[in-house]
Design a protein around this ligand. Sequence first.
Ligand code: TEU
Ligand code: CA
Length: 565
Amino acid sequence: MKETLKRTWWKEAVVYQVYPRSFYDSNGDGIGDLRGVIQKLDYLKELGIDVIWLNPVYKSPNDDNGYDISDYYDIMDEFGTLADWEELLLKAHEKGIKIIMDLVVNHTSDEHPWFIESRSSRDSAKRDYYIWMDPKDGKEPNNWASFFSPSVWEWDEATGQYYLHLFSKKQPDLNWKNPEVRREVYKMMKWWLDKGIDGFRMDVINALAKAEGFPDAPTDGKKGRYVFCPSLYFNQPGIHEYLKEMNREVLSKYDIMTVGETGGVTPEEALLYVGEDRDELNMVFQFEHMEIDAGPSGKWETVPWKLTDFKRIMSKWQLSLQGKGWNSLYLNNHDQPRMVSRFGNDKEFRVESAKMLATLLHTLQGTPYIYQGEEIGMTNVRFRSIEEYNDIEIHNFYNIALNELGLDEKEVMEAIYLKGRDNARTPMQWDDSPNAGFTTGKPWLGVNPNYKEINVAAALKDSNSIFYYYKKLIQLRKENLVIVYGDYRPILEEDENIYSYIRTLDDDRILVILNFFDRTPEFRLPEDIAYDSAELLISNYNVDPAEDLRSIKLRPYEARVYRIR
Ligand code: TEU
Ligand code: CA
């Protein structure tokens, strides 16, 4: 074993993301809740995960399903009580499962007492908790487009100013230049950490500093009055000072893990957040691989992608952070469509492709994040009408696309089917009983009709299920430090069907072979890779362990992991 190997618990952990609203409803009101999570802890223990990332559970009017917080110190009514939360933490810890909470401090709800006071008058003591500006030439201070509404500025008649909201108008941005705001945030973080949580996932954490002076975004011929310009509020000057202060004042005082959601970062910028010598965060969620199928106008325009481009992105991140920082590994979350529908095949090769993608995520260097339902191969959904959708981002896109961009409804719905966030938010499919066993009430969002075939009960009864494949992948990581800490080396980089790489730790080597499509390409082991023997660690097909590695005809979406000596 490398004597220099510094073992770290969050590098060896596998994280499972629970979106409580859709996880399990314990009281029949159609909405998932904390007691529902408590009741499913044994299921998560069986899977073998180490950490739960809980999406926001704080008090919220749910304009953006909990990402609009009105009280950081209490639990959302629909999810239960603080006592329920305490019981969840206690029981999770008893089962050896850690819990990290979602930290949402770029903005609050407009129903937060701070904002109510701030908007009450220009002289309010909390006016500068938020970002207020006078009109410019009689209209918004600049042309920035919001993620969830046309402009990032909302007019407040009572005080004759606009306030900034990168997201919905019910999510006013906090003014991080104000030291009082930062002190209040650090106090709240310590309050949760002193309750015993094991860290934070930090929402749009690289947006806390905005471009000085809020300059207009260049329009360069883009259609529409407002311009989407994350480069004017992501990774701006000042952001690292805030995170170093947060680390000094709070994070450094606890044995915890932190993962920042940082849209738009390059590996070089990511290292400024997660470099071992930076004293800021442990990991970030980068988005480069998640934008590979986005067109020039953004995520709603889906374009074909090439595996060689995907491999180049993944290799760049693996090699840039290796030995200096740490990657997060994900292809799913509550904001993204289901990975088996997007990157795999959710029809005749759903099981094989789900297992192949899981093999990628669990054998690269970094911490894997499993999004609820991914472990049973849940797929995207196609609701018939826009009324069946809940997500504010989907409704905003629908309205702008139809009314401003003049798209026809069929193509708008198709874009929603491909990229809408509700694809990930349909209720967890527990069994084939009504509403997939998620609720005895009316579910807050429709259940995917394929729950009759795709559900946990069926998976647990099938030794060949995606669930047991995930369980085995998670076990492999625990038994083979080379999978966690081994150096990454891509091979066959120009192959358009196969993603293959070697992980090496001292003299321990594993070889990963992934066929990304339903074609049957030949895998040829490069000459420069000598080996005498190979031990098959996991595969998604029946494989003759004695098969010669030098040349293999791969089956659709075939995945194999070997130890090679
Ligand atoms: O997401 C930040 C973000 O950039 C989102 O706009 C996301 O990338 C986009 O919707 C993908 O198309 C975080 C949370 O994950 C998201 O659920 C919240 O809606 C958002 O912040 C505001 O808090
Ligand atoms: Ca409930």
